[in-house]
Design a binder for this molecule. Structure first.
Ligand SMILES: CC(=O)N[C@H]1[C@@H](OP(=O)(O)OP(=O)(O)OC[C@H]2O[C@@H](n3ccc(=O)[nH]c3=O)[C@H](O)[C@@H]2O)O[C@H](CO)[C@@H](O)[C@@H]1O
Length: 372
């Protein structure tokens, strides 16, 4: 027996890369001495992130396909075929026991190569509405690992799915509420936490800026908001125009980004945020109730599907971006703060959807399909 090898492909955006890296680390731990090769494109974010994370990285040609037939699309198709050829050579060389695809168009050629070379593969889908590549290859996957059970409805019948959840960072899994509240200097106060995905959300920033006068100086309430690095200066400017000086109240903290978001999530009593898959996995892992404002321009509006999945279980309230006004947000926050029992119930339902052992479950699937 030679060295045990795996290939992982997924990229374009962080949403596909971070789960892939979590799985790569999980494999290293489960199979000491194994080799994990990450396949991406030279242009995707993965080309920057993956080598920094310490994994061998190889690139192939890949291009996104649109559903309409255009000249540009024919060119993309040619590139995709070229990429598939490269992927087949790679899979033949590496001879992985299992291939893993986490979505994004780079995973298409790699999964096709796995199929052609008869290597079993696992797909991981992060969202409640599955992406195009994952939908396309689900039928021939040995296993499709889902974050949301709802995603199964959009896959062809007969596909082997398993609801594993999405791996959540260790520091969030292990976050402790008391310690976090002490570090944030919070006593008995109710903590509101708001942020808009990894890059912030201007719409949310605007609503929060308007909401600040309603909560500034209110006893028993603390608000922590991250604007996103790009939106920070604009946010300060809005406050200045409104004549708001946060230091005069002391119960509201605004920062560009939460680098230790584990502490903020652990300390929070109510979270106001977008509905990205990682954010939702983290909220449910810690059992946090939320007001979700899905980002309406995410591919195929998948954030709305994510948010609705939580709302359907009573774990969150959804406000659509199009109807998000400061008044609506304040009204919703006030309503929830005035009903602590209902908020506790939401928290419990959120916790019941959490999958803290997502990584272990995914690794178990890989073991099973690779007979390892
Ligand atoms: C805009 C968009 O299309 N986003 C998609 C992208 O996720 P995207 O990366 O935008 O959003 P996610 O919610 O998945 O992740 C955000 C991450 O940033 C962290 N964070 C955020 C703010 C902060 O101040 N500090 C901090 O650490 C959160 O804890 C979380 O881990 O891929 C996901 C998985 O396919 C999708 O579900 C999202 O819809």
């Amino acid at each position: 027996m030679g060295t045990l090898r795996f290939i992982i492909a997924g990229g374009g955006t962080g949403g596909h890369i971070y789960p892939a890296l979590a799985i790569a680390r999980g494999l290293k731990q489960a199979f000491p001495g194994c080799e994990v090769l990450y396949v991406g494109t030279a242009r995707g974010l993965e080309a920057d992130i993956v080598p920094k994370a310490g994994f061998p990285f190889r690139t192939i040609t890949a291009a996104g396909l649109k559903r309409r037939l255009t000249l540009r699309n024919l060119w993309s198709l040619a590139l995709a075929l070229k990429g598939a050829g490269e992927a087949v050579r790679l899979v033949r060389d590496v001879r992985p026991a299992v291939v893993v695809g986490t979505g994004g168009y780079v995973s298409g050629p790699v999964l096709l190569a796995a199929y052609l070379c008869r290597v079993p593969f696992l797909i991981h889908e992060q969202n409640a509405f599955p992406g195009l590549t994952n939908r396309l290859f689900a039928r021939v996957a040995a296993c499709v690992a889902l974050t949301f059970p709802e995603a199964g409805r959009f896959l062809p019948r007969g596909v082997r799915t398993k609801v594993t959840g999405l791996p959540v960072r260790e520091e969030i899994r292990n976050a402790d509420r008391e310690g976090a509240r002490a570090r944030l200097n919070v006593g008995e106060e109710t903590v509101l936490l708001s942020f808009g995905g990894s890059r912030g959300a201007e719409r949310l920033n605007r609503a929060i800026a308007e909401l600040i006068p309603a909560f500034g100086g209110r006893p028993g309430v603390r608000l922590f908001h991250a604007t996103g690095t790009a939106g920070y200066d604009k946010f300060r400017e809005w406050l200045r125009i409104k004549g708001i000086d946060l230091s005069s109240w002391g119960n509201i903290t605004v920062v560009p980004y939460f680098y230790q978001i584990a502490d903020y999530l652990a300390a929070a009593d109510l979270v106001i945020c977008r509905a990205g898959a990682a954010t939702i996995a983290e909220l449910t892992c810690l059992g946090r109730p939320a007001i979700l404002v899905p980002y309406p321009y995410a591919t195929a509006n998948h954030q709305e599907f994510n948010a609705r999945a939580l709302a359907a279980q009573g774990a969150a309230v959804v406000i659509r971006d199009a109807v998000l006004t400061p008044e609506r947000l304040v009204e919703e926050v006030e309503r929830l703060l005035a009903a602590p029992a209902a908020l506790r119930e939401m928290a419990a339902r959120s916790a019941s959807l959490g999958k803290p052992d997502a990584l272990e479950q995914i690794i178990a699937c890989i073991k099973e399909i690779g007979r390892l």
